[in-house]
Design a protein around this ligand. Structure first.
Ligand SMILES: [Zn+2]
Ligand SMILES: [Zn+2]
Length: 605
């Protein structure tokens, strides 16, 4: 197998994408002058909490009794524009700005941003199509006609920006109270907001509500950014900047033919209906790396050219969730993996997308971006027959908790290292009964480890034991990801931790570990002072971007040696483990039950 599966988007970054050591050193050094951290802080898990770019977090406090109406009204969101309630049915602006799941037509339609901040957007329908300018008559367009969109009299949206100190699933009320007390104790006035919604469908509950802890006050985007930078310097935590929409952008979107003649114009948006899909020009290959250039990409679904919050042009695809998944699954797991592992990945990814929609980009005219923050989506270029078949075979199926029947935030990481981790050891959410860490071993070998590895001698014994976890026995799995070693000099370590102001490091001690032995709290004792770092991702970044926080520290001469296991945060599905189990004959339902504490795949549409 040429490449390994990837860590869920929106959560901890894929280890392969972590910066090399030298870059991390430079970036950490830059922190002392308030530059952004080396890698953007992964958002906490969504309400159910799985990603990455967000890592997710499911929510649930009370078990539902019987079927709920479909759908329940979403909670009122700060920033939801008043006019959305008065919009005519079928208004494309409603689709763009509502941030709501709609199952009325079966698979929900998902809006995903392909381009933003553009002066001009060029596109071509791949078959005969129709332009639908908002407020004007539709217009037929021929296959492959090259069209260009521009804006006229555009005005940006009015958005209120404020620091987002933390976000947790709606059932993590106690976490938000604790975080609130923490920030108030630092002298920051706070308030709690909400995002996401709760939907009852097919006797199941899709609940992706999240609580947002926001810093009160009058902020501009710049002052909120400055606050985030200083918060990082003072407390080692970098809040995101959260936008709340006050008024949508306004203006016209006009469409020109290839000769430059205006063919039509719409109020704020023009929709291209093209049953055979469309091609969009000049899409960045890697949004985070402009140097990698642009290319034309093909997409299924409908294209909406609209005004983004800055008043410039955005291209947004409105695509059925099933079609979106055909583009996502092959970038998360190699298409050559066993069928049942691909099916497990498809169900997990579907659950993960459902958990994200409506919880982010609330001040943007799209539900998801196509970056690592939400879902890396490359359109049809990524499709593969095997992953298409896995998506089809599990159509409409998402994961629901064994006891509470609530949507499980489908989080996953590349390789657990032999033991999965609890969600609350990695993110700020309340413990999720579907996201409990367990040994990733066949039953007889798992028994001795039932008590977990949070005591260091247990972790030491586990890492030294010859047991072969599912993720180690998967065909193609790399042994150097299952067990690894990182060695660095005192000088290197001293440089990485320089922003902490502790001086030369004397001791590194893990004070607290999660169930899989992953470090939750690290004490750095220096010649001048000591500092305590909380959070597995923060710890991994501090120590030269470690592949996982499952490690033991040793001092050998002038070197620090970290010996560890696994690749990624370890919560939810172990992707290489899923491949190992499928190769041994388990079906996708068994695989999902094993990684999500008995959760069942069930069809919601
Ligand atoms: Zn995003
Ligand atoms: Zn594993």
């Amino acid at each position: 197998m040429a490449r390994g599966p990837r860590v869920a988007q929106g959560r901890a970054p894929e280890p392969g994408r972590l910066r090399p050591r030298a870059a991390a050193v430079a970036a950490l050094a830059a922190l002392s002058c308030a530059a952004p951290p080396p890698v953007p802080e992964a958002p906490p898990p969504s309400a159910g909490a799985g990603a990455p770019a967000s890592e997710p977090a499911p929510a649930r406090d009370r078990a539902p009794t019987g079927d709920l109406p479909v759908p329940l009204p979403p909670p009122a969101l700060a920033g939801e524009p008043r006019e959305s309630r008065e919009a005519p049915p079928g208004d494309p602006l409603e689709l763009l700005w509502a941030h709501r799941l709609d199952f009325s037509a079966g698979a929900p339609l998902v809006t995903i941003r392909l381009l933003e901040g553009q002066e001009e957007i060029a596109f071509r329908p791949r078959g005969p199509g129709r332009l639908e300018p908002r407020g004007s008559d539709p217009l037929a367009v021929t296959a492959l006609a090259r069209l260009r969109a521009r804006s006229r009299n555009a005005r940006p949206a009015t958005v209120t920006y404020l620091p987002l100190l933390a976000q947790v699933s709606a059932r993590s009320r106690s976490s938000i109270d604790r975080l609130r007390a923490l920030w108030e104790g630092r002298g920051v006035r706070t308030r709690v907001g909400a995002a996401g919604g709760i939907y009852g469908i097919a006797g199941k509950v899709i609940d992706n509500r999240r609580l947002l802890l926001l810093a009160e006050g009058t902020w501009t985007e710049a002052s909120a950014e400055a606050f985030a930078a200083s918060a990082f310097e003072r407390w080692g935590e970098r809040p995101e900047v959260h936008g709340e929409l006050v008024a949508r952008p306004s203006g016209e979107v006009e469409v020109l033919d290839d000769e430059g003649a205006v063919v039509t114009a719409g109020d704020s948006v023009v929709v291209l209906e093209a049953p055979e899909g469309f091609t969009l020009e000049r899409v960045p290959r890697e949004p985070a790396q402009p140097a990698r250039g642009v290319e034309d990409r093909s997409y299924p679904g409908r294209l909406l050219v609209t005004l983004d919050a800055s008043g410039r042009l955005a291209a947004v695809a409105a695509v059925e969730l099933e079609a979106l998944l055909r583009g996502l699954v092959p970038s998360e797991m190699p298409a050559g993996s066993p069928t049942e592992a691909l099916k497990a990945q498809a169900v997990t990814a579907r659950s993960n997308v459902l958990a994200q929609i409506g919880t982010r980009h609330l001040a943007d005219p799209w539900a998801l971006c196509s970056d690592v923050h939400c879902q890396a989506y490359r359109g049809e270029g990524a499709h593969a027959a095997a992953t298409d078949a896995a998506v089809r075979a599990t159509e409409g199926e998402a994961l629901f908790g064994k006891d509470d029947r609530r949507l499980v935030d489908g989080v996953y990481s590349a390789m657990c290292g032999g033991h999965g981790e609890d969600n609350d050891a990695v993110w700020e959410n309340a413990p999720d009964p579907s996201l409990r860490g367990r040994p990733d071993l066949p039953a007889p070998a798992a028994a001795p480890w039932a008590g977990g590895l949070s005591a260091e001698p247990r972790l030491r014994a586990f890492l030294g034991d010859a047991q072969v976890a599912w993720c180690a026995r998967a065909p193609g799995a790399r042994p150097d990801r299952y067990r690894w070693e990182r060695r660095f000099t005192s000088a290197e370590l001293d440089q990485w931790v320089a922003p902490l102001g502790v001086g030369r490091v004397r001791a590194l001690t893990v004070l607290e570990r999660g169930r899989s032995g992953r470090a939750r709290t690290l004490r750095v004792e220096g010649e001048r002072a000591a500092a305590t770092i909380r959070g597995e991702l923060r710890i991994r970044r501090l120590l030269g971007s470690l592949p996982s926080a499952m490690f033991l520290v040793a001092r050998e001469g002038d070197s620090w040696v970290l010996r560890g296991g696994g690749w990624g945060h370890g919560v939810g599905m172990c992707q290489w483990g899923a491949i190992g189990r499928a190769a041994a004959g388990q079906d996708y339902r068994q695989i999902l039950r094993a990684y999500f504490s008995g959760a069942e795949a069930a069809r919601v549409y």
